[in-house]
Design a protein around this ligand. Structure first.
Ligand SMILES: O=C[C@H](O)[C@H](O)[C@H](O)COP(=O)(O)O
Length: 251
C-alpha cells in the first residue's frame, strides 16, 4: 500500500500532530479487507480512524467492521461511514490501533488520560494484534514515574473513600490520588463512572503486583495500566518511524 505522504517532507519539520498522523498511517497498513478492527480513542487514534475511512472510500479496503472504544470514536466513525459493531457480536477482534499516554521498553502502557480506559482495555484485550501508535514524547523508562497521572476508573458510590484507599496503597511511592474534574465538575466516563488519577513521586515498582492491588479494591472498575496487551509499537519521531514488536511476538 502506497504512502499518502509527500516524500519531500522530512520528519524533522513535522509538528507533533503530524508525527501522530505518520504513526497512525503506518499502523493502518496492518489493516486488511475483511478484518474486525478495534478503533482507539484520542488525538493519535483519530488519524487512524480517518485513514481507514479514506481507504474504504477509495475501495482499497473492503468489508471492515470497526469496534469503537468510546462514544467519541463511535461518533467519528459513524460520521465517516465506517460500519460498526461491538464485542457482543464480534468477541474476537483481528487488530486494534490506539494511542497511549506512556509506553515503557516492554510495551506496557498507561492509557486513559482522556477517560476511555475501560472500553479500550476490553476491546484491545480481545484483539489478536494491538498496535500502539505514539509520538516519541510518550516513551518512558518506567510507567507512572513521569509525574503524570495513572488513571483508575471507579464507581461513583463513595468515590472519596475509594480515592483514599488508592492513595494509601501507594503511600510509599509518594502517591497523591485526585478525583478527576473537568470544567469545574467531576468528570464522568462513557460508562457513567468517575476517574481517580494517581500522581506518584516514585514509580510503583512491580507493575503486576500494583495492578492486582488496585483491582482488589472494591469500588475500582479498572485501571489504565495495559500490561502485556500491546503487541506492536509504532513511534514517530523527528528522525523517522520506528516499529517494534513486543518480545516473543511475531510481526
Ligand atoms: O483515554 C484516552 C486514551 O487512552 C488515549 O488513547 C490516550 O490518552 C492517548 O491519547 P492521545 O493520542 O490523545 O495522546
Amino acid at each position: 500500500m502506497g504512502s499518502a505522504f509527500d516524500p519531500l517532507v522530512t520528519p524533522s519539520n513535522l509538528t507533533q500532530d503530524e508525527l501522530k498522523k505518520r504513526a497512525a498511517y503506518k499502523a493502518v497498513e496492518y489493516v486488511k479487507s475483511g478484518m474486525v478492527v478495534g478503533l482507539g480513542t484520542g488525538s493519535t487514534a483519530k488519524h487512524a480512524v480517518a485513514r481507514i475511512a479514506e481507504l474504504l472510500r477509495q475501495g482499497k479496503l473492503q468489508n471492515i467492521i470497526g469496534i469503537p472504544t468510546s462514544t467519541t470514536t463511535h461518533e467519528q466513525a459513524v460520521s465517516l461511514g465506517i460500519p460498526l459493531s461491538d464485542l457482543d457480536s464480534h468477541p474476537v477482534v483481528d487488530l486494534s490501533i490506539d494511542g497511549a499516554d506512556e509506553v515503557d521498553p516492554s510495551l506496557n502502557l498507561v492509557k486513559g488520560r482522556g477517560g476511555s480506559l475501560l472500553r479500550e482495555k476490553m476491546v484491545e484485550g480481545a484483539s489478536k494484534k494491538f498496535v500502539v501508535i505514539v509520538d516519541d514524547s510518550k516513551l518512558v523508562p518506567h510507567l507512572g514515574g513521569s509525574g503524570l497521572a495513572v488513571p483508575v476508573e471507579v464507581v461513583p458510590f463513595c468515590c472519596d473513600f475509594t480515592r483514599g484507599k488508592l492513595e494509601e496503597l501507594f503511600r510509599e511511592a509518594g502517591c497523591k490520588a485526585k478525583l478527576r474534574v473537568k470544567e469545574e465538575t467531576v468528570a464522568v466516563t462513557d460508562n457513567g463512572n468517575y476517574v481517580v488519577d494517581l500522581y506518584l513521586e516514585r514509580d510503583m515498582g512491580d507493575l503486576e503486583a500494583a495492578s492486582e492491588k488496585i483491582l482488589r479494591l472494591p469500588g475500582v472498575v479498572e485501571h489504565g495500566m495495559f500490561l502485556g496487551i500491546a503487541t506492536t509499537l509504532i513511534v514517530a519521531g523527528k528522525s523517522g518511524l520506528l516499529v517494534q514488536n513486543r518480545s516473543g511476538v511475531k510481526g
